[in-house]
Design a protein around this ligand. Sequence first.
Ligand SMILES: *Cc1c(COP(=O)(O)O)cnc(C)c1O
Ligand SMILES: [Zn+2]
Length: 402
Amino acid sequence: MGQPAQLRCPKCSAIYTPDLPRNLCDCGAPLLVDYDLAALKAGGFAPAALAGRAPDMWRYWEVLPVRERANVVSLGEGFTPIVPLPVLGAEVGLPHLQMKDEGLNPTGTFKSRGAAVGVSKAKELGLRQVAMPTAGNAGGAWAAYCARAGIGFTVVMPDDTPAINMLEAHITGGSVYLVRGLISDAGRIVGRGVVRHGWFDASTLKEPYRIEGKKTMGYEIAEQFGWDVPDAVLYPAGGGVGLIGMWKAFDELEALGWIGARRPKLIAVQAEGCAPLVQAFAGGQAESVFWDGAATVASGLRVPKALGDFLVLRAIAETDGYAIAASDRALLDAMDRLARVEGAFICPEGAACFAVLPELVRRGVLRSADRVLVLNTGTGLKYPQAVRAPEFPVLDPDGEIL
Ligand SMILES: *Cc1c(COP(=O)(O)O)cnc(C)c1O
Ligand SMILES: [Zn+2]
């Protein structure tokens, strides 16, 4: 059984039931889902239990928050491959470099993990109308899973959001609105709809369950490393949900006795045009400051102030991790380079992680013996505008110049 025990506030420790719709804690902080891990362990829940289960993220059913199987809304997300990158690894002095490729998920990004659990739980709680602001891939993912669940979905996007994100939300039945403004304006408009139309606000970290979907990346990493963990995991952080999720997963796995106390360094990577977490990390602050004028081609990283910033910074501190930013130019160069030498066409967000590898080696954060895992959060196929292409030669039908 998926058996969430309670929702808990990581800031003020308030407790809520997971069996009623809930957004934030009364204190304004995002909520985390607790499970009775001691009971699961005592009941014999061990890695052997996974043998024979389908290779998707629902194989970790006991530590997911949906109570009834019938409520699971799935497109087969999760259990993405880990790919060695020997050529790029040698170039940057990290021979054990690997990539977990989230671009193979339904909807082309790891947003499908959060949406699958978020929408499944929304279905279980009887929600009929869900809404959110987005400037990127979340809208398309939630639209797809809401379509499958028969739940109405409204999304509000800045009008400079990449066209593919509008189109994928539209074709899967979402009501798409564009706002001449920022993601924060879109968020305020959704907030009005919540009051006027009774929509459920599924904004990032305003609902407790997408973290549970994204934490499955941590479970998969441990399983794929033979119930061990790499030395470092690089994650392109916007709101930082995946990083918080992996941190939570490793703690849960230790409580279950499936891994030891060692943790990978969790390294948050941002774009120089929007790097509030990096700034807070460098200044030793526990929370970030709103980043004015956020701008980067890596649209998933354009989050000027994350609700869960204090959790990201805590996860980095507790794992001896790091935070660092890449320029747009450097991340586009890294995107080119990875495609050219490894054949992997990744998203600009993931490419930001590859861009900072040489600097992390220079600063001594990463060493050549380290097993370094980069999370590529999406496929490059969703970002045709990020490919710097030349004028291709146009041939006559007889192809004379060849
Ligand atoms: C949303 C997104 C991110 C950032 O995810 P957070 O959970 O907000 O940190 C990174 N990459 C891609 C492709 C995304 O869509
Ligand atoms: Zn609280």
